[in-house]
Design a protein around this ligand. Structure first.
Ligand code: BGC
Length: 748
């Protein structure tokens, strides 16, 4: 009773407070001049050589306060409106590590594993912990909002920024993102979920026109954002560069106002991506509250539009209010005294833990892994000594150090071939010295070629070592998509080297392990038979070498699973014919012909066998799935399905259990089945079991009916598949829905 009274008083207090704040903000807006209002909706500019002009800096208020931040908003001292600072993510906070005017201190941030790696843990609580650590660095370095998480869908493996995104599936994307937002924002700082929406390629990203059906948009490309907004209320959303059906997303009223605020109840503000969109007045009208980083021409255009009556000042007031609501929550508004000394040591441990949790074991014949204690390792591949810990572009973090794989093995007390180490180190140094300097930030250095391993060298090393570990490295980032040759497909040198290493080591009955230090999907089917084990380490953040060593030696049992399909060949990818669009030379538009059938939805429904399917990943131990129990065979308002998972192997481990629902397809086309729930068990000791319970809610039965603009569940028989991957159904239970259900209607 007492608790109830306290809760009610608290709710009343919060409501009264919000009301008071709304009153205050309305009053503030009424005291602002037109020019001041417009300066609030246009950022302060971009401190970057060659970038268009900035607003007049206000000493101590602009982003100059945090060097390397991506932008800031205009403050009005007279009215007590703070200027806030925004900086990039998503693998950690991106700011300059050293400052021009201060040689006494450094400002390094922790490089966490890339987003795809975090999602591959299938563990939102771990992601939230990473988010909390990132948010602490945001707060303690004087930043107010971090421009992350990125949550575009992995539509095609060649998208250069897939590493910044989570998955081909909207549920995994949405729940991972919500956890990240909650973690970051638990520090009293904000996030910006991006790039809203359907920014699925870098090729002509600023102008590409995407033709997407209403259903695919709602079910696939918006769903993850919807989940994140509803579950975690991010402070801000960043609109994307591209157009959808002819309209820039930043100028799209339907997207930014009707859907985001009307259908989903978003309470924060929307900002553009940097220099995104074309028409500032259209952006204002659409509900793109803040234009970033901001240029003087935008200020002029908006003031002018209000003066000549093409923009209603009320629209401007609405946008100003959306921004001010968030500004007043910020550390800058509260005068937070940041320390510039976040707990980098503690966060490095979290980074290492998260990196290991996201690794995916694709293959492990005859228990090639974990390594035995006394095995001497021949460590092949440039990336073993020069690890890719994250991607390039705005998602690149300035970390204080990187643990390479050779250093990680050394730290773990593993013996490895030092002669080979020096060969690689010399090779890498010479190749790097010979590389031309990159022209600018927008054209990162191409990777150096891989060192060729000749048959002679391979045989000699097979003689002197017990096992080969070959690391294959890939990097990509903003501004460009990946290529098929020498990237999605292995290069000739890589294939020949693997062959030579495989022949040599196998001739001596010694094993070969491949470690994939990648940011996105690559081809594996043509060469996987040459190796005994394959571990995806992803781009694992600054502690990468230690984390990979943890998994290689079995200190951590791998428990990650794929959040995107690894196809046998590129042509098998459903968007292969429509990426990056037409015309081929300079694509202007891209037709999402595959519609909702992306990733596993396509592979399952069309019986195309992937190399490794969505949801797949091995462990050093084994799990047994019990018989599932269903709470009812007729659906009323919810149903639960429970299943016992038992560790029947010899080591401790965690299992990711997946629930897919197969829905009747009478009036709408449906994928074979779709992921509707997942759960990662706790660390189960040998013999230990855990009861996993999934709750199925009405929305989980629905598809988007674009005739009716509703989320509708068809009547009929539903199958619930309990799976260890999208292709591995371990048991099925069924229930019936006796009447069609319109679960949610949305704005047209
Ligand atoms: C990227 C965004 C980023 C922004 C600010 C843009 O080029 O697309 O993801 O947040 O720059 O750096």
């Amino acid at each position: 009773m007492r608790i109830k009274v306290i809760l009610i008083s608290l709710m009343l207090f919060t409501a009264v407070n919000l009301f008071a704040q709304a009153q205050d903000i309305n009053k503030l807006i009424s005291e602002m001049t037109l020019e001041e209002k417009v300066k609030i909706v246009v950022g302060m500019g971009f401190n970057f050589p060659g970038a268009p002009g900035s607003q007049e800096p206000i000493v101590g208020q602009s982003m100059d306060r945090v060097e390397g931040a991506a932008g800031s908003t205009f403050g009005i001292q007279r009215l007590g409106i703070p200027s806030i600072v925004v900086a990039d993510g998503p693998a950690g906070l991106r700011i300059n590590p050293v400052r021009k005017d201060d040689s006494t201190k450094t400002y390094y941030a922790t490089a966490f594993p890339i987003a795809t790696s975090l999602a591959s843990s299938w563990d939102p609580s771990l992601v939230q912990k990473v988010g909390a650590a990132i948010g602490n660095e945001v707060l303690e370095y004087g930043v107010d909002i971090i421009l992350m998480p990125g949550q575009n869908i992995h539509r095609n493996p060649l998208c250069g920024r897939n590493f910044e995104y989570y998955s081909e599936d909207p549920l995994v994307t949405g729940l991972t993102s919500a956890a990240m937002v909650k973690g970051v924002q638990s520090n009293g700082v904000g996030t910006s979920i991006k790039h809203f929406a359907a920014n699925n390629q870098e090729t002509n990203r600023n102008n590409i026109n995407e033709i997407i059906s209403e259903r695919a948009l709602r079910e696939i490309y918006l769903k993850g954002f919807e989940i994140a907004v509803k579950e975690a209320q991010p402070w801000t959303i960043m609109s994307s560069y591209n157009k959808i059906s002819g309209t820039y997303t930043s100028e799209d009223y339907k997207l930014l106002t009707q859907i985001v605020r009307g259908d989903w109840g978003f309470k924060g503000f929307v900002m553009t991506d940097w220099f995104g969109g074309k028409d500032p007045v259209a952006q204002m009208k659409a509900g793109n509250d803040l234009l970033m980083p901001g240029i003087p021409q935008q200020i002029e255009a908006i003031i002018n539009a209000v003066k000549i009556g093409t923009l209603d000042e009320k629209v401007l007031d609405r946008n100003v209010k959306n921004i001010l609501n968030v500004l007043f929550l910020s550390p800058s508004a509260k005068g937070y005294k940041y320390s510039d000394t976040p707990d980098l040591k503690g966060h490095a441990l979290i980074s290492r833990e998260a990196a290991a949790e996201g690794m995916v074991l694709l293959k492990n014949n005859e228990s090639a892994l974990p390594l035995n204690e006394n095995q001497k390792v021949a460590l092949f591949g440039n990336a073993a000594y020069d690890l890719y810990i994250g991607g390039t572009g705005s998602g690149d973090v300035n970390e204080a150090y990187i643990i390479s794989l050779d250093a990680g093995l050394e730290n773990a007390g593993c013996e490895f071939d030092k002669k080979l180490q020096s060969m690689y180190k010399d090779f890498i140094k010479n190749e790097k010295d010979a590389q031309p300097k990159p022209k600018n930030f927008f054209t990162p250095k191409p990777p150096i070629p891989e060192m060729q391993v000749s048959p002679e060298l391979a045989y000699q090393l097979a003689e002197e070592n017990d096992i080969a570990v070959v690391i294959i490295g890939r990097n990509s980032g903003e501004f460009a998509d990946r290529k098929l040759e020498d990237d999605f497909y292995l290069s000739k040198t890589e294939i020949e080297s693997i062959e030579n290493i495989s022949n040599a080591f196998h001739s001596k009955a010694k094993k070969v392990v491949a470690v994939l230090n990648i940011g996105g999907v690559i081809e594996t089917a043509s060469w996987r038979d040459k190796v005994d084990a394959i571990l995806i380490s992803w781009q694992p953040g600054q502690e990468g070498g230690n984390a990979i060593a943890d998994v290689l030696i079995g200190k951590v049992n791998p428990s990650g699973k794929l959040t995107s399909t690894f196809p046998v060949k590129y042509e098998d990818v459903p968007s292969a014919n429509n990426f990056p669009g037409t015309p081929k030379e300079n694509p202007e538009s891209v037709n999402y012909e595959e519609d909702i059938f992306i990733g596993y939805r396509y592979f399952l429904s069309n019986d195309v066998k992937p190399a490794y399917e969505f949801g797949y990943g091995l462990s050093y131990t084994k799990f047994e799935y019990g018989k599932p129990q269903i709470s009812s065979n007729v659906f009323k308002d919810k149903i639960t399905v429970s299943v016992k998972i038992k560790n029947t192997g010899s080591g401790a481990g965690k299992e990711v259990v997946q629930m897919y629902i197969c829905a009747p397809a009478e009036s709408m086309v449906k994928p074979e089945y779709e992921l509707k729930g997942f759960h990662k068990t706790k660390l189960l000791q040998p013999g230990e079991e855990e009861l996993v319970t999934f709750t199925i809610n009405p929305l989980d039965l629905t598809s988007f009916d674009s005739n009716n603009f509703s989320w509708t569940a068809e009547k009929g028989e539903y199958k619930v598949n309990i799976c260890s991957s999208s292709e591995k159904i371990l048991s099925t239970v069924e229930f019936n829905l006796t009447e069609e259900m319109i679960v949610e209607k949305v704005n047209r």
